[in-house]
Design a protein. Structure first.
Length: 364
């Protein structure tokens, strides 16, 4: 879990990158950018706002031979190890990063733009305060106009149009956190213009998904959600699907560690108390067949990420849709609540099923 509110932006260097395949140039600045007190809050918002809103999904540097052959990993490790936090040394780091990105800009679809390379202090991640390196590329320009006063006549105005970078968002960016260096650091990345999905993550950064507790929690819950939608309705009624979803979320919310056997005992005993092993067997088969798709094929134990549970739980659609154009939405997580407040039955006279819902009062 990250906290960026108290982070300090120490140094920022800006370079202009063209497209190498179109014979556009790389323009390197001579020194870091001067950041005034007035500009600093705007820079911090520009760099960090998108990461505060984005679901945390971490990457790590990788290479098929050895990490030391990953160019950006090598640059970042040298920067952190030698504490290149002064302006002259870090500016050279930014130049090395700009040159490497320029070398990858050899596809006609890749847009030119400005590259911002920043050194951060007091990034908070996993309850630790660390330094970091930010790399941000701005590609798409926004139109602006200024209303100007003409001369000394305060009642005479003109409009001047210009183009620039919007403060709302950068187009591509990442933050490299100085933690887990031996495994390739922890990295957050954003790519808003995926015209070439391999350009930023694969060719420039050279990263893989970091299979940490956040990743495993999210992916295992996605597997469970898929099972509840595709398998349970084929063999059980819709109420059993909701029971499975509720029991799944309850298990992840109440435990710090996932253990496969404990999970199955908790979940399937809540669905079918007479034949709990039937669905459990089907779930195991489903996990074997689709586990690789979700990245959890060999996972039996892992630490649970509470933040990932909160995000993933919102994707569980706990609704019962009936053929009479009636939908029942169930907003509780406890399996016991489902049994207590919702009852299914059969009406002999009408020859139809019904759901009976218990409540104390109607909410306005």
């Amino acid at each position: 879990m990250i906290n960026l509110f108290n982070t300090n932006v120490e140094i920022v260097s800006i370079h202009k990158l063209g497209n190498k395949s179109r014979n556009e140039k790389l323009h390197l600045s001579a020194k870091p950018t001067t950041i005034t007190d007035e500009v600093m809050p705007l820079f911090k918002e520009y760099f960090f706002k998108q990461f505060r809103k984005k679901e945390e999904e971490y990457f790590q540097f990788a290479h098929e031979v050895d990490l030391e052959y990953n160019e950006i990993y090598k640059i970042a490790k040298s920067c952190f190890d030698l504490k290149k936090g002064n302006e002259i040394e870090f500016h050279q780091v930014s130049i090395d990063i700009a040159k490497h990105l320029f070398e990858q800009s050899n596809h006609p679809h890749i847009k030119n733009g400005e590259l911002y390379v920043a050194y951060f202090r007091d990034l908070e991640i996993d309850n630790k305060h660390v330094d970091g390196i930010g790399i941000f590329k701005s590609e798409i320009k926004s139109d602006f106009f200024n209303v100007k006063n003409n001369g000394i006549d305060t009642n005479n105005f003109s409009i001047e149009f210009t183009q620039g970078n919007s403060l709302e968002k950068f187009d591509k960016g990442c933050i490299i956190f100085n933690t887990n260096s031996d495994e390739g650091f922890k990295i957050l990345s954003i790519d808003n213009n995926k015209y070439d999905a391999r350009y930023w993550l694969e060719h420039f950064l050279g990263v893989d998904i970091c299979e940490d507790e956040n990743f495993l929690t999210k992916k295992y819950l996605a597997l469970c959600n898929d099972f509840s939608k595709k398998v349970i309705p084929m063999v059980e009624d819709p109420k059993s699907k909701i029971s499975f979803q509720n029991a799944t979320i309850e298990y992840f919310q109440k435990n710090d560690e996932f253990k496969e056997e404990d999970f199955e005992n908790h979940v399937f005993a809540n669905i079918n108390k007479d034949y709990p092993t039937t669905l459990a067997t089907m779930f195991r088969d489903f996990r074997i067949n689709y586990g690789e798709k979700f990245g959890v094929e060999d996972v039996t134990e892992f630490d649970i990420s509470n933040k990932a549970v909160t995000v993933a739980a919102k994707k569980f659609k706990r609704e019962i849709n009936l053929d009479t154009n009636i939908s029942i939405k169930l907003n509780f997580n406890s399996p016991e609540s489902l049994e207590r407040f919702v009852e299914k039955g059969w009406d002999e006279e009408r020859q139809m099923y019904y759901y009976l819902c218990y409540f104390n009062k109607e909410e306005k």
